[in-house]
Design a binder for this molecule. Structure first.
Ligand SMILES: [Zn+2]
Length: 270
């Protein structure tokens, strides 16, 4: 397939998926537009291998967001947004991938850009899996920085179940990437992508425990990521973190960490 055909086919595929995702309620209107642009660049410039990794992330994380909804409504009230992703969330998870795809379209440095992309996808997938599945754990999480026990859903809190879910999410992206890797590179690529995913997800927790903007609802006496108003309608006040460092910035940083760890490991490993 030549460059222009692939770009057109990729964009059409992105439009089709964005419309479907909007109709089933996985994306908002603004989220669909952002998905057309990021998906079009990733499919159109990266081709089939990049498309498979993006779709693995998108489909598995959308499915997990919708699963166990009843339990999560009770437990996961602290999450700042629902399962319908808006443009900020789409760019936070896929924006770096789209930038890497632009770099990949220039025929140099292709191998490390592909691994950096896989690392970024592994990180956002690991993070989504740990968020969606970790919140179901019966054991209260501990803050990644101090080890202090915190309420379920608290930013920066980790559990064994959530960490294993993150590992599984990263491994899945690694296995899908192997479909496009010669057998001699299977082990090293699987290790690189899994480590990158896990590192990104843990970095996400560290940011959640330190610099992420966290608010307080005086009516419910609860910490929340919601701002300016809580689910109950009360105004929330910032208690810690930097006000601009919201959940979307945290997720973008998570994907960046995944990409950097993958690229550095590729450089260092024989
Ligand atoms: Zn409230």
């Amino acid at each position: 397939m030549n460059f222009l055909t692939q770009l057109i086919v990729g964009t059409l595929l992105a439009i089709l998926i964005a419309v479907l995702a909007w109709r089933v309620g996985s994306l908002s209107g603004s989220g669909s537009w952002a998905a057309v642009i990021t998906g079009g660049l990733i499919f159109g410039l990266g081709g089939l291998p990049w498309a498979i990794l993006l779709l693995t992330f998108f489909i598995s994380s959308s499915a997990l967001s919708r699963a166990f909804k009843q339990r999560k409504v009770i437990l996961a009230e602290k999450f700042s947004k629902g399962s319908r992703r808006d443009w900020g969330q789409v760019l936070a998870n896929g924006g770096l991938g789209a930038l890497l795809a632009i770099g990949y379209s220039i025929p140099a440095h292709r191998e490390w850009l592909w691994l950096a992309f896989a690392g970024a996808m592994a990180a956002v997938n690991a993070d989504t899996w740990s968020t969606e599945l970790g919140v179901l754990s019966e054991i209260p999480p501990r803050l990644i920085t101090s080890g202090r026990k915190v309420d379920r859903g608290t930013s920066g809190g980790i559990t064994l179940a959530g960490t294993l879910a993150a590992l599984s999410g990263a491994v899945l992206i690694g296995i899908m990437a192997l479909l496009f890797t010669p057998a001699s590179g299977w082990l090293s690529n699987l290790v690189i992508i899994t480590m990158a995913g896990l590192a990104g997800s843990l970095f996400d927790s560290v940011l959640g425990a330190t610099v992420q903007a966290i608010y307080w609802c005086p009516t419910c006496n609860k910490e929340t990521e919601r701002h300016p108003t809580h689910t109950c309608g009360s105004q929330t006040n910032q208690v810690r973190g930097w006000s601009w460092f919201n959940n979307d910035v945290v997720n973008f940083a998570c994907s960046m960490m995944g990409a950097i760890v993958a690229a550095v490991m590729w450089l260092l490993l024989p």
